[in-house]
Design a protein around this ligand. Structure first.
Ligand SMILES: Nc1ncnc2c1ncn2[C@@H]1O[C@H](COP(=O)(O)OP(=O)(O)OP(=O)(O)O)[C@@H](O)[C@H]1O
Ligand SMILES: Nc1ccn([C@H]2C[C@H](O)[C@@H](COP(=O)(O)O)O2)c(=O)n1
Length: 225
């Protein structure tokens, strides 16, 4: 029997497990995978590399259409290039992380990246898991399933510190909360839970438990289509 195409939106604050969960769910169910944070990081990297003043939204807006960002959507090997350069490692630096909220708040940047995201989702033959901050509310409001992942700041800081091999969990916690506050308070499509999203608190769940929970929700939606 043909499986129904399914579009899944996974949103939530930093460190709640969006990327790890989305990749695993997509791989398990044979779906494409799109990391929209990587796209905002990529455009931020381009602005920094080209000497654009990050504190000047009009300077960012004027060049928002210039970089060509290409996302590979295989969940077992996602890729991201800017003007043909592989930036997968470069977009994860502390410098980019500290500037991405300012760049992604510029409406012209969001319009450009949102259009790209919609076109990638429309081209995904078997369906796609798209993760970010505004996927359920703005990018794909008609998604078949919307998930909003949460976790306590303590759990998120502990996870992120483990990943970065940092012992300063308090500093990591403050940096996470600062980025969440900026992403939640911007005017254009802020980080928010869609009214029809299923909220999953991952604080006391293992990654495997979160993956199983989301796979079950997707399977239920597919069966009902
Ligand atoms: N339920 C969980 N239990 C323990 N560790 C987890 C869990 N979910 C994710 N992690 C770990 O937490 C870290 C952050 O996860 P991940 O990158 O998936 O979060 P994220 O929400 O995509 O973050 P960001 O928005 O900042 O990119 C990773 O090291 C991941 O392995
Ligand atoms: N849909 C999205 C996805 C991401 N962003 C911005 C805000 C985040 O702080 C930043 C990096 O995302 P991450 O790699 O940590 O998931 O990108 C957004 O505004 N909208």
């Amino acid at each position: 029997m043909e499986r129904a195409t399914v579009i899944v939106a996974i949103d939530g604050p930093s460190g709640t497990g969006k990327s790890s969960t989305s990749k695993a769910v997509a791989a398990q169910l044979g779906l494409s995978y799109l990391d929209t944070g990587a796209q905002y990081r990529a455009i931020t990297w381009w602005m920094v590399t080209n000497g654009i003043d990050i504190d000047d939204p009009s300077a960012i807006a004027a060049v928002a259409g210039k970089p060509e960002i290409i996302s590979g959507t295989d969940p077992s090997a996602p890729t991201i290039t800017v003007d043909g350069t592989d930036v997968a490692a470069a977009i994860r630096t502390q410098d980019v992380t500290s500037k991405v909220s300012a760049v992604s708040a510029v409406p012209e940047v969001r319009a450009r990246i949102t259009e790209l995201q919609r076109s990638i989702a429309a081209d995904a033959e078997n369906g796609i898991v798209v993760e970010g901050r505004d996927i359920g509310t703005t990018v794909l409001p008609d998604a078949d399933l919307k998930i909003f992942l949460t976790a306590s700041p303590e759990a998120r800081a502990a996870r992120r510190s483990g990943e970065l091999k940092s012992t300063d969990v308090q500093a990591t916690r403050e940096a996470l909360l600062k980025r969440d506050a900026a992403d939640s308070s911007r005017k254009t499509s802020p980080l928010a839970k869609a009214d029809d999203a299923v909220e999953v608190d991952t604080s006391d769940l293992t990654l495997q438990q979160v993956i199983e929970c989301v796979v079950t929700l997707v399977e239920e939606k597919r069966a009902a289509k």
